[in-house]
Write a protein that binds this ligand. Sequence first.
Ligand code: BGC
Length: 765
Amino acid sequence: MRSIADTLAEMTLEEKAALCSGQDFWNTRPIERLDVPAIMLSDGPHGLRKQPDGPGADHAGLLASLPATCFPTAAGLASSWDTALLTRIGEALGDEAQSENVSVVLGPGTNIKRSPLCGRNFEYFSEDPVLSSRLASAHIQGVQSKGVGASLKHFAANNQEHRRMSVDARIDERTLREIYLASFEEAVKVAKPWTVMCAYNRMNGPYCSEHSRLLTQILRKEWGFDGIVVSDWAAVNDRVAGLEAGLELEMPTSGDTRTRQIVNAVESGALSEGVLDQAVERLLAFIERAHTQDRTDTDVDLDEHHQLARHVARESMVLLKNDGALPLSTNQRVAVIGEFAERPRFQGGGSSHVNPYRVETPLEALNATGHKVQYAKGFEIDRDDTDQALLEDAVAHAQRADVAVLFLGLPERYESEGYDRTHLDIPANQRALIDAVHAVQPNTVVVLANGSPVAMPWLSKVSAVLEAYLGGQAVGAAVADLLFGEVSPCGKLAETFPHRLEDTPCYLHFPGTGDVVEYAEGIFVGYRFFDAKNVAPLFPFGHGLSYTTFTYQDLTLSEARISADDTLDVTVRVTNSGQRAGKEIVQLYVSDHTHAVPVAPKALRGFEKVHLEAGESATLRFTLARRDFAYFDVDTNDWRVPTGSFSISLGASSADLRLTQELYVSGDAPRWPALDRNTLVGDLSGIEAAQRILHDALAPLAAQNPLLTGFADDPSDDHSDDMIEAMMRYLPLRALVSFTQGAFDEAQLERLLQRLEQSRPSDGA
Ligand code: BGC
C-alpha cells in the first residue's frame, strides 16, 4: 500500500483541492488512480440515518433513510447520567454503521443548553459542561471502539436555531472557556474523536468554519486534536479562509466551485500550498483510518438493539413528581388517555431523524402487560384546540377508572432543528384535558414526551409526572416497565426546569437582535444562575425520584488542605434505605469561597450512578484535581487555582445536598499586576517580594501615619485595623503621596515603582 506521503506527492493540485470537499451529500471524494476510496458519513447521533446512494439526500431528515435502531435522544440519554450506558449505545451505533458501510456517525452534539427554547435541545446533553463532555466522551469511545469515527458537533456556541447560519454568538472569554468550550474539551482530549464538526454560526466575529483561533489554536494546539474538522452541512462561507483556519473537509459537495477557488488561491499565491498539503495529509490519514477498519460483514441483531433501546429508555426517564400514585398496582383499572399513547413522539425533527425499524407504542406495551387498561384519545396531537367529543370521552374513561394516565407532551411542530420555541407551554387542548380529568379523578399520572422543559402550571392537579423525554423506538415498553414498577425510575434531570420562561438565565438576551446574540448572563447558565440568584426552579438540575430511598453518610476528604496541583480523594457511603432495588445518581459539587473572581455558588465536578439492592450500601470514590478548583484567568489565558476555602458537597440533586466538608486550597502563586502609579496596593498583596519593597518604603512613615500601620515593623493585630486594611487594598500607589500629605513624595513613589518593576519577573509569575 502506498504511504500517505507518497500519495500526497503524486496528487495534482486539482486532486488535492478536490479532496477538501465532498463528492456528494454524504461521501468524500475518491481518487481512483491513487486507490483513495470514498468514505461515507451519516447522521447521528441517537440512531443511524443512512440515506440510500443517489439524489434522495437531505440534511433535514425529510427523505427516507434505511431502517435503524432509534435510541432516546440526547436529552433523555443525559438524564441517565450513565457513561457506561452511553458507551454501549455508541457501540451499537458503531455496529449498525459498520454493517451499512458508514465510516463516520455525525454526533454526538454537545452544545450547552443555554435556553430551554433552543429547538435542538433534544439533541444536546446538558446545561452543565462536565456532564455534557463526559457523556459525549463515553458515546464517542463506544462508536470508535467499533472502527467507526464520531463527529463531535457543533463546534462551537451553536446554542440556538434562530438565524443559526449567520448569528454571531458574542461570549466573553471566561464564559467561553468555562462553559461553552468546556463542554467539548474533555471529550476531545479523552475520547479523541476522528472528526469535529464546526458550527454554522459565527463566534465573536468570524464564522466558526473559518475561525482559526477555535479550529487551530484551541482545538488542535491546546487540546491536541488529531482528527479532521468537517463543516456542518453548508456551513462554509469562504472556503480558502476556512482551509487556512483549519477546516479540512467541506460537506456536502459544492460541485467544483470550491476546488476552483482553492486552486486559484494557490496559483495566485493567496494560499500557500503547504496549508493545502497539510489539510490533504490529514484527510488521507483520516480516510485510511476509516477504510482500514471497514467491517461491512458486521452482523447486527436489531432485536437485541431494540432491547438495548428499551433498557436505555428506562434508565433515562425521570420521575419528577410522585405523591404515591406510582407504581401502579396490578388490580387498578387504568384509563390511558392521550393520542401520544398510540402515536408516541419518541425522537426529534431534523437531521437526526431516524427511520426506526420497529416502534413499540405505550398503548401496545400497556395492553401487553395484561392489566386492566382502557384507552381514550383525549385530544389530537396535530391541533391545539379542544375536540369536545374526545375530551368528554376521556373524562368518562377517567371517571370509571382507579387511575388516569395522561400521555402528553410537545407535538413535533413545537420543537425541531431549524427553529426555536417561543414559549414553554404544552398545547391548550392538553391543558384543558388535565383540568377536565382533574375534576373527576384525583389520581392522575402524566407521562411527558418532549425534548426540552415545559412549564407546568397544572402540576398541583396531578399526582405524578414521569418525564419520558423523546424515548426512542422502545418508549412504550420502557414507560410500561416504569409505571408498573418492573424497575424503579433512576434518571435525573440534566437541565433545570424553570417555573416560567422569565426565570431563565438568558431570558433578556435570547435569541438576540439581528445577527448578534450577547451571552450577557456569562457563566451563569442553568443551575449556576438559579443558585446565584436564588430563583426557585420548578425542578432543579439533578432532580429525579425513585421508588426507593437513599441515605448518604461518611463523607471523607483525603486531605483538609491541598495545593493547586494535588489531587483530592473524596469518598461517601450511600445506602438504599428503602424496600426495593434501585439506582442512585450521586452528584459531587465544588463551591469556591475564595472571592477571587465571581463564581456560581457551586459547580458539578463529579457524578456516579450506583445500583443498590434494598438495604445495600456502597462507598463511592471521586478524585478531584487542579481543574476542579480552577477558573479561567483571562489575563494569563490559562486556568488558575485561587487560594482560600472551598467546600465539597455530595447530594441527590443540585438542590438536595446531603453532606458538605470544608477544604483549604493553596492556589497558584499570586501574579504581579501591571505596574504604574495607579496599581492598587491590594493587588500586590500575597506577592512576597512586592510586600518587602512596600515595607521598606513605608515602614519609616508608619508611626506618623495611621493609614500605614500595616507596614510598620511591628504591625498591631488589633481588628480595628480592618478598616484601614480595606482602605489600603483599594488605594492606588499614587494616593500614598496625598494621604501622607507629602511625607511620601513623588520622588519616593518613582523609586518605589522602579524597585517593584525590577523585582517583577518578566512573565509576571
Ligand atoms: C446539522 C448537522 C447534521 C448535518 C447533516 C446539519 O443541518 O446541523 O447536525 O449532521 O446537517 O445532516
